[in-house]
Ligand binder design. Structure first.
Ligand SMILES: NC(=O)c1ccc[n+]([C@@H]2O[C@H](COP(=O)([O-])OP(=O)(O)OC[C@H]3O[C@@H](n4cnc5c(N)ncnc54)[C@H](OP(=O)(O)O)[C@@H]3O)[C@@H](O)[C@H]2O)c1
Length: 133
């Protein structure tokens, strides 16, 4: 298996073409991509639909946009409405769209809150973030 490990956009297409060449020449059996971000500012819904058609589970690395999405005013409004954190809203948004999430926090209180958030949000309206998709 030979994967593009990280999306560097300038040489990406060239890299992908090189992988396809190796595949066609029989040098590798499987080619693919890995570790591409997905978050509310980069929702990847076209790719998501394609993966769904192929039966491939979409996973989001950096699902919180590495913290960059946490200041979004719309998301903050939703979080206030539901009494949860913006991070919880974002993770719930991913999960509602069948995207597996790999978030990171070095803060034990935040990790605990994220786990509780999943249960809290699961019991409420499932459509509140539909407009973001
Ligand atoms: N293998 C790969 O190539 C690859 C590629 C991408 C990502 N990853 C891994 O995927 C995991 C997640 O990616 P990531 O760390 O880049 O991005 P992320 O999970 O989207 O964002 C992490 C950032 O969000 C902050 N954060 C988390 N919960 C928060 C909360 N409740 N409120 C405010 N801030 C919060 C964290 O700060 P605090 O720590 O201060 O809470 C951290 O700065 C990591 O383990 C990363 O190593 C791997």
């Amino acid at each position: 298996m030979y994967l593009v490990y990280w999306p560097k956009f300038d040489p990406f297409l060239e890299t992908w073409r090189a992988l396809k060449h190796l595949y066609k020449e029989g040098h590798v059996r499987v080619i693919g991509v890995s570790n591409f971000e997905a978050h509310p500012y980069f929702n990847q819904h076209v790719l998501h639909n394609y993966l769904t058609e192929l039966g491939i589970q979409h996973q989001s690395w950096s699902p919180l946009g590495r913290g960059a999405v946490l200041q979004d005013e719309t998301l903050q409004g939703i979080a206030t409405r539901y009494g949860v954190s913006v991070a919880q809203v974002i993770l719930r948004w991913h999960i509602q769209h069948d995207v597996a999430v790999i978030p990171k926090s070095g803060n034990p209180a935040r990790i605990d809150a994220l786990q509780r958030g999943e249960r809290i949000m699961g019991a409420q309206d499932q459509n509140y973030t539909e407009d973001l998709w």
